[in-house]
Design a protein around this ligand. Structure first.
Ligand code: SF4
Length: 376
């Protein structure tokens, strides 16, 4: 680890990822335990102090040093002078009609905004996190893509979204159940392309798995990508326990090029080779393909048959997602009959396929709808 000099220490791009944050004190929320231990050694603090601090930050989700009452006044003052703990302010909250999906708009320290979505389903309490403010990949069916890229989130900013989810689920549980682990699943399907902010995402996954913290095992984390092929190979080697979801959405390069510009760089064949590799090394043993069904674009019988061919021979699951409307886009959702027919073709070929009716589309919290807007 590099020597600690404020603003330059902890040179991981994921801890100090953009100029506004670099000018600030280091964010302890994004430190791995060894790094925190080393940081505290500056103050001549014993090892057990690291665990105390980890418990406050990751176990209790506390960001204010003054609330860390067992740390001693002088130590807390030192920490306040030298460090900070990331906390994103809630700017807006929307709850879906069925009460199962809640969307938070959270403010970053530089004034930008991101969205985080919490979903309750069948005993699962899932947080869908953003990895970037905006996104550079410009998929044509996606509201986030229309914003353009603003910046990468730091590991602390990603992690704090999961803490918001934990607080939210704990508060829900207060009226009934008590949750030992308030968050059961984390999906990187919010704003941004997670594999284009790889180091921060990797760090956030490691930190959310801390037993004395949120204890979300990597096996309960899913990372969704538009197809950043080289990083899929890295992910397979660094985090073989996480689930990989690939946003596929087309069965020919021509259509995929028109929907997802990244396909020009990493066409279908190279993407599927990477998916096959991940399925081979993944402890989950299979990859999920997300396929947004768009009327007249990718929903024909030929598309269904090509999809069967494309994924034949390796373990996978296909999620068909009837397209969720996005402002200023010409795309439409196919009718129910077409969706059912497309589904049947895959199902009859023995593929594992589900139709995923997005939750929270009435509050613009569904796939492809996130744009971090606060109603005026
Ligand atoms: Fe970015 Fe994902 Fe939207 Fe594509 S679908 S623009 S990768 S956020």
């Amino acid at each position: 680890m590099p020597p600690i000099v404020r603003g330059k220490s902890f040179d991981s791009a994921s801890v100090l990822a953009h100029p506004a944050v670099c000018a600030e004190k280091p964010d302890l929320k994004g430190f791995l335990p060894d790094e925190l231990r080393e940081f505290l050694a500056r103050f001549g603090k014993e090892k057990y102090r690291t665990n105390q601090l980890l418990r406050w930050i990751h176990g209790k989700g506390v960001a204010d040093f003054d609330q860390m009452t067992d740390l001693g006044k002088e130590f807390r003052s030192q920490l306040k002078a030298e460090a900070r703990v990331e906390y994103l302010a809630e700017r807006h909250r929307a709850v879906s009609r069925d009460g199962q999906t809640t969307k938070l708009v959270l403010g970053l320290s530089d004034g930008r905004k991101i969205e985080t979505v919490m979903m309750v389903d069948d005993g699962r309490r899932t947080v869908c996190v953003s990895s970037q403010a905006g996104c550079a990949l410009g998929c044509r069916f996606c509201a986030t893509g229309q914003i353009g890229f603003q910046r990468n989130l730091t590991a602390g900013e990603i992690l704090d979204q999961i803490h918001h989810g934990a607080r939210f689920f704990r508060a829900r549980g207060a009226s009934g159940e008590e949750f030992e682990h308030p968050v059961t699943n984390v999906v990187f399907m919010g704003m941004g392309e997670p594999l284009n902010n790889y180091e921060a995402v990797l760090r956030a996954v490691k930190l959310s798995g801390l037993e004395m913290g949120l204890a979300v095992s990597a096996t309960r984390v899913t990372i969704s990508t538009a197809g950043v092929v080289p990083m899929i190979y890295r992910l397979a080697s660094d985090l073989p326990k996480v689930g990989l979801a690939i946003s596929l959405n087309a069965t020919t390069d021509e259509v995929r090029n028109s929907l997802m510009p990244i396909n020009r760089k990493y066409p279908l064949k190279t993407l599927l080779d990477a998916a096959r590799h991940m399925a081979g090394v993944s402890l989950r043993r299979r990859v999920t393909f997300e396929y947004a069904l768009i009327e007249g674009t990718n929903d024909s019988d030929e598309d269904a048959r090509r999809l069967v061919e494309l994924v034949s021979g390796f373990p996978c699951k296909i999620n068909l997602i009837p397209f969720n409307p996005v402002p200023r886009q010409p795309f439409r959702r196919p009718g129910q009959e077409r969706i059912d027919h497309f589904h049947r073709i895959l199902w009859e070929r023995n593929l594992t396929v589900t139709v995923r009716w997005s939750k929270g589309d009435d509050i613009a919290a569904a796939c492809g709808q996130l744009q971090a807007s606060v109603p005026s």
